[in-house]
Structure formats: structure tokens, C-alpha cells
Design a protein. Structure first.
Length: 207
């Protein structure tokens, strides 16, 4: 089994790449943000710590963490964001390591009940959080900044100002490229990206 990290800036198209990779034989995918959401549910490891740190104002009427309210608190406050990351990232990494162990022992199966051959981990902060020590291969999904902005405006309804604000808090392209084994350019039509992914799979994933 190969463990493959997938990272890239906001709007680079990581989700589209992951969807394509999910159809590969023996593929299993974890998205760190979605796993964090799962671990924020009542009774899960992160829930109590987040409520204690940020107060009950981040809860909805049913007592669940409202991610929109939480995002409003941390978006423009670097210290609050740092605190949130310190609560979520270690718990997410522990869960990922647990699932890797299960997959290696043959207990963790994907929906198609195949042997897991490619274990993909996607996270925006994959490099910063030390996943290079876990992954066999690091892949950086690249897209030109203007392309990313257009995608975020069309797909998420962001303003250009919000796009730039989020990007400002992320690392430069050179940081991702310098810390990755593979760069997949997703700036153009996705049919072109598909061909690049196929080449990467043949060269790195199924050798």
C-alpha cells in the first residue's frame, strides 16, 4: 500500500482531482477537513475542546458546533485560528494514523471491498503538519491564481477580496512545489489534468 499526500491552495481543484482518483483500483481517500467535521460531532474527540475554547456561542440550537459561526470567529483572527488548529490537527492526524494501521492490516476496506493499494490523504496544511514523514509520495495540485479566483467566485460565491484574503494566509506556490514529489497542473480544462494524472499514476503510484 502506498500512502499519498494531496495538497494545494484554495481553489486549485483538489476536490476534482480526488474525485478522479477515487475511481482508481484500490483507492481510499481521507479529506482532513471532512474528518475534522466528523470529529467535531457531539461525543467525538474535538467537540468538548472546541466548545471549551470558544464558548457555547459556536453551537447551534441543537447543541452541535456551527462551523459557519466558528469560521466567522477565526477567519480574521490569526490567534483564534492558531488555537483551533491546535485542537483539531493533532486529533485528525491521530485518526488518520489509526486508519492507515487498519488498512495495512487489511481491516479497513473501501466501498468496493477491494484491497487498499492507494491511501490518499488530502489537506491544505499537509506539509506544515508534518505529513511528509507519513506519506510515500507528496502531490501538489497547482493552478494559476487568476484561475483559482474565478473558480472560487463561481463555485463558492466568494468575492475577489475574500479570495485574496484567504490566499494571503496560505503558503506561496514555491513552498508547495519545493516540498512535493509531484506537481499536477490543474489550471486548464480537466481533460488535460486527467491525462497528467494518468501519467503520474503510471510513474509513481503503480510502479
Amino acid at each position: 500500500m502506498k500512502i499519498i499526500g494531496i495538497t494545494g491552495g484554495i481553489g486549485s481543484g483538489k476536490s476534482a482531482v480526488l474525485k478522479y482518483l477515487s475511481e482508481k483500483e484500490g483507492a481510499y481517500i481521507i479529506e482532513a477537513d471532512r474528518l475534522a467535521e466528523e470529529l467535531m460531532n457531539k461525543g467525538k474527540s474535538i467537540y468538548t475542546a472546541v466548545v471549551k475554547a470558544f464558548g457555547e456561542e459556536v453551537l447551534d440550537e441543537e447543541g452541535y458546533i456551527d462551523r459557519t459561526k466558528l469560521a466567522e470567529i477565526v477567519f480574521n483572527d490569526p490567534e483564534s485560528l492558531k488555537l483551533l488548529n491546535s485542537l483539531t490537527h493533532p486529533a485528525v492526524k491521530d485518526e488518520i494514523l489509526s486508519r492507515i494501521a487498519l488498512a495495512e492490516d487489511g481491516f479497513l476496506k473501501n466501498d468496493r471491498r477491494e484491497e487498499i493499494k492507494l491511501f490518499f490523504i488530502e489537506a491544505a496544511l499537509l506539509i506544515e503538519d508534518g505529513y511528509k514523514n507519513i506519506c510515500d509520495i507528496m502531490c501538489y495540485i497547482f493552478a494559476e491564481r487568476d484561475v483559482r479566483i474565478k473558480r472560487l467566485i463561481a463555485g463558492r460565491g466568494y468575492s475577489k477580496e475574500k479570495c485574496l484574503a484567504v490566499m494571503k494566509n496560505q503558503k506561496e506556490d514555491s513552498f508547495y512545489a519545493d516540498n512535493s514529489d509531484v506537481v499536477i497542473d490543474n489550471s486548464y480544462d480537466f481533460s488535460i489534468t486527467e491525462r497528467v494524472i494518468e501519467d503520474v499514476c503510471k510513474k509513481y503510484f503503480y510502479d
